[in-house]
Ligand binder design. Structure first.
Ligand code: AMP
Ligand code: TRP
Length: 335
C-alpha cells in the first residue's frame, strides 16, 4: 500500500490571501510528507463568473508559483493546471448526467454567488461543484484539504460517487469516496473590515484582506485601518468580539504561539499596542514566501518545466480513472 492520496486546488482569481494560505495551503504543506499529493490551479472554475481573458494565464502562473513559494515540495507533490488535462472537463460531463439538479441548487456557495451576481448566472456556476467532484474523483483522492467553506462541496462529491457506484459499479465501486481535511484553527479567516464575514477574494474592498504578495506598507496600512472594538483588554474566545477573536487567532498561528500564550500575552493590551506587534508578525511571516516567489516567478522556464512534469504525472492517473468510468457507463473504446 502506498501513501494515502491528497488532491486540492485554488482558483486563479486575483491574489491569494491569508484565508487561502491558512485555510488551505498551510494545511497542504504541513501534511505533505505523509501523503501522495496532487495540487492543481483550478482555472476552469475561474470562468464560472465573469473573468478577464488578459489576466487568466498570468494569474494561473502566479498561483502555481505561490504554491512552490509557500513550501510545496516536488518530492512529495505534483503541481499542475486543471485546464491542461481535458479529463477534468470530460468527467464533469459524465457526472453531470447522474447528478440531480436540485442537489446543485441547494449548494450554499451557489446561492451566495448567484445572489451577488444578480442576472446572467451561468450554467457553469451551477455546475461548479460537479467540476470540483471530477477534480477529486479523477485522482482517487483519500483526503481533500480545504477551508471550512468547501465542506459542503466535498459532501456532494461523496454523494455523486455513491450514486455512480450504486448505478454502475456492478461488482465493485468505480469511484473512491474522499474525506474533507479541515484544520481546527484558521479554517475560517474573517474579513479585516467585518469579523462576521469571511476574508474573500471577491470582496470589492482590498482593505478587507491581506494578500500574500502585499508589500509591508500595504500590510501596515490595512492593519491600521482594520475594524476593532472599544472594549478594554483583548480576548481570544469571546464570541461577541469577532474582530478581536479573528486578529488574535491570526497572530497566534503566524507567530507560532499556542492559544494560552497568546491569551496571556494580550489580555492586558490595547489595540494601540497589539496592532504594531501584529503588523510586524504578518510582515515577517510573509517575507520568506515573497522572497521565494520573486525567484520562482522570474524563472519562467523552470516553472514551465515543473508544470509540464506535473501535467504528465497527473494526466496518467486521470486518464486511467476516466477510462474506468467510461467502461462502467458502457462506452465503446475509441478506434
Ligand atoms: P478560493 O479562494 O475560493 O479558490 O479558495 C481556495 C481555498 O482557500 C479553499 O480551500 C477555501 O476553502 C480556502 N479559503 C478561502 N477563503 C478562506 C477563508 N476566509 N478562511 C479559510 N479558508 C479559506
Ligand atoms: N472550489 C474550491 C474553492 O473555491 C476550489 C477547488 C476546485 C477545489 N476544485 C477543487 C478544492 C478540488 C479542492 C479540491 O476553494
Amino acid at each position: 500500500m502506498g501513501k494515502p492520496r491528497i488532491l486540492s486546488g485554488v482558483q486563479p482569481t486575483g491574489n491569494l490571501h491569508l484565508g487561502n494560505y491558512l485555510g488551505a495551503i498551510l494545511n497542504w504543506v504541513e501534511g505533505q510528507s505523509q501523503y501522495d499529493n496532487f495540487f492543481c490551479v483550478v482555472d476552469l472554475h475561474a470562468i464560472t463568473v465573469p473573468h478577464n481573458p488578459a489576466t487568466l494565464a498570468p494569474d494561473t502562473y502566479t498561483i502555481a508559483a505561490l504554491y512552490l513559494a509557500c513550501g510545496i515540495d516536488l518530492n512529495d507533490s505534483t503541481i499542475f493546471i486543471q485546464s491542461h488535462i481535458s479529463a477534468h472537463s470530460e468527467l464533469t460531463w459524465l457526472l453531470n448526467c447522474i447528478t440531480p439538479i436540485n442537489w446543485l441548487q441547494d449548494m450554499i456557495q451557489f446561492k451566495e454567488k448567484a445572489i451577488k451576481q444578480g442576472e446572467n448566472v451561468s450554467a457553469g456556476l451551477l455546475d461548479y461543484p460537479v467540476l470540483m467532484a471530477a477534480d477529486i474523483l479523477l485522482y482517487d483522492a483519500d483526503k481533500v484539504p480545504v477551508g471550512e467553506d468547501q465542506k459542503q462541496h466535498i459532501e456532494l462529491t461523496r454523494d455523486i460517487a455513491v450514486r455512480f457506484n450504486h448505478l454502475f459499479g456492478r461488482d465493485e465501486p468505480i469511484l473512491k469516496l474522499p474525506e474533507p481535511l479541515i484544520r481546527q484553527e484558521g479554517a475560517r479567516v474573517m474579513s479585516l473590515a467585518d469579523g462576521t464575514r469571511k476574508m474573500s477574494k471577491s470582496d470589492p474592498s482590498d482593505l478587507s484582506r491581506i494578500n500574500l504578495l502585499d508589500t509591508p506598507e500595504e500590510i501596515t496600512r490595512k492593519i491600521k485601518r482594520c475594524k476593532t472594538d472599544s472594549i478594554r483588554g483583548l480576548e481570544l474566545d469571546n464570541l461577541e468580539r469577532p474582530e478581536c477573536r479573528n486578529l488574535l487567532t491570526l497572530y497566534g498561528i503566524l507567530a507560532n504561539k499556542p492559544k494560552q500564550t497568546v491569551i496571556a500575552e494580550c489580555q492586558d493590551m490595547g489595540w494601540g499596542q497589539f496592532k504594531p506587534l501584529f503588523t510586524e508578525t504578518v510582515i515577517e511571516a510573509l517575507r520568506p514566501i515573497q522572497e521565494r516567489y520573486q525567484v520562482i516567478i522570474e524563472d519562467r522556464a523552470s516553472l514551465e518545466s515543473v508544470l509540464r512534469q506535473g501535467r504528465e504525472r497527473a494526466e496518467a492517473v486521470a486518464v486511467a480513472t476516466l477510462d474506468r468510468v467510461k467502461q462502467a457507463l458502457g462506452y465503446s473504446r475509441p478506434l
